[in-house]
Design a protein around this ligand. Sequence first.
Ligand SMILES: [Zn+2]
Length: 254
Amino acid sequence: MQFIDTHCHLDFDEFKGDFQNLVYRANRLGIHGFVVPGVTLKQSQTLLDFKQHNPGVYIAFGFHPYFMAEHQDGNFEQLKNLAIEHRKQLVAIGECGIDAGIENIEKQQALFVEHIKLANELSLPLIVHHRQSHHLIMQAFKQVQPKRGGVIHAFSGSQQQAQAYIKLGFKLGVGGTITYERANKTKQALAQVPLDSLVLETDAPSMPLAGYQGQMNLPERLKAVFDCLVAIRSESEFEIAEQIYASSCSLFKI
Ligand SMILES: [Zn+2]
């Protein structure tokens, strides 16, 4: 079985020093691809070099809502130019989106719409961050409809919400959330949607799995997320692995 971690921040400082080991351990479990999202202008610039030195790494450019304070006026224009220049190196636009836990929602909304436009212009999928913001994300999608879909990162929500995203061509990012017992609604949704609408992700070093709270999350834990997904789906382990791998490759054109 082969896997792609479709969302992990392997370039973050947390992983410095132990990087080769980290990749080796993930590889041993069949995890050979890693999609590393952009979070700020400066970091997106550094991703080009990071990709070049690390086989199996695929990159995206974007402004993460967590770093709102760092996104200065004019920065998005710079990101856009960088993305146009390095279009061939990119598999997506993101991590972008709207986080209701972070202030300045209006600026987040405007920035998110700019990301959708850029993704459409470059014919790339989006990596979408959400937190208590499904309605705002949908609003933005109504304003500018994404042409190549993308991933709803760390999907949590109802089956109805899941279906609405799938209808717009999005995949649902399945991560550590489903390893928690309390995530019943999300598990139910992920058990029932079409298998080809799912991709796997860890968000490492964030979003630790159940049993690892307080620890740094690792890409090798993707296998445990997969096992949890197998437990709630009706298809065989191999069918799930094969379909998800194929979906990840076709979405990101890997
Ligand atoms: Zn992330």
